[in-house]
Design a protein around this ligand. Structure first.
Ligand code: GRF
Length: 216
């Protein structure tokens, strides 16, 4: 029997409710350090949420590891300092993470946001910011960990996937879940179309998840 019943792209179920910023009353702006490797659309939405007054925070620094990351251009356009720490210049992951920690400390960062950081992180980083590192991942964790989450979801035949904002711990794409949003998988989806639909939801939950994590 065919499993290709029509599914509407509008049949999105936002599992976590929309949270309005005034539910969070931290009096001083959160000091964020954002880590990104590529396009930086999640960097952009966090910056926009701050600009729109939806997130009481400031971005102290963007760290990027890939010299051609568009995230760096976005940071410069928004007047955020962008620091390139090219992983190729370090002899191992720990050494890179030591430099990341030093940079985050130099910029007085309190919360670290891995917004499309495509490198495995080590104990060096995790231990330096205990329970203060947030990751955004394009699946409903604990399903489909790793860099090919969207492709894995498509290949598995699931009808719903989504995204997760969670506190990062040492095990990749693991740690306490802050928010999730569900996204239907449509019969004609390619990795690109599905990822684009997931990203709409990532952009919705990431600023809220930051506020949620930091709420007293
Ligand atoms: C997002 O899909 C995120 O979940 C994953 O990497 C992607 C980054 O996208 N970890 P962008 O660079 O923020 O546009």
């Amino acid at each position: 029997m065919s499993n290709n019943f029509p599914v509407s792209a509008d049949a999105v179920c936002l599992i976590s409710p929309n949270i309005s910023s005034n539910q969070f009353t931290q009096s001083t702006p959160l000091k964020l350090g954002i880590m990104a490797s590529g396009n930086g659309s999640n960097f952009e939405v966090v910056a926009q949420a701050i600009q729109d007054g939806q997130l009481n925070a400031q971005i102290q620094v963007l760290i990027y590891n890939n010299p051609s990351a568009k995230a760096a251009v976005r940071a410069v356009n928004r007047g955020v300092e962008a620091v390139l720490l090219n992983h190729r210049n370090y002899k191992n992951r720990e050494e890179l993470d030591e430099q990341i920690v030093q940079t985050l400390r130099k910029y007085d960062v309190e919360w670290v946001i891995m917004a499309g950081w495509m490198r495995l992180v080590t104990k060096v980083l995790i231990d330096a910011f205990p329970n203060k590192i947030i990751n955004i991942h394009p699946s409903l964790l604990p399903s489909f960990k790793g860099v090919h989450a969207v492709e894995q979801a498509l290949a598995s035949g699931v009808k719903i996937t989504g995204c997760t904002a969670h506190i990062a711990c040492l095990e990749v794409d693991s740690g306490p879940i802050l928010m999730q949003a569900a996204v239907p998988v449509l019969p004609d989806d390619t990795p690109e179309t599905l990822h684009a639909r997931i990203q709409v939801q990532e952009h919705r939950i990431l600023p809220q998840a930051i506020a949620l994590a930091a709420s007293p």
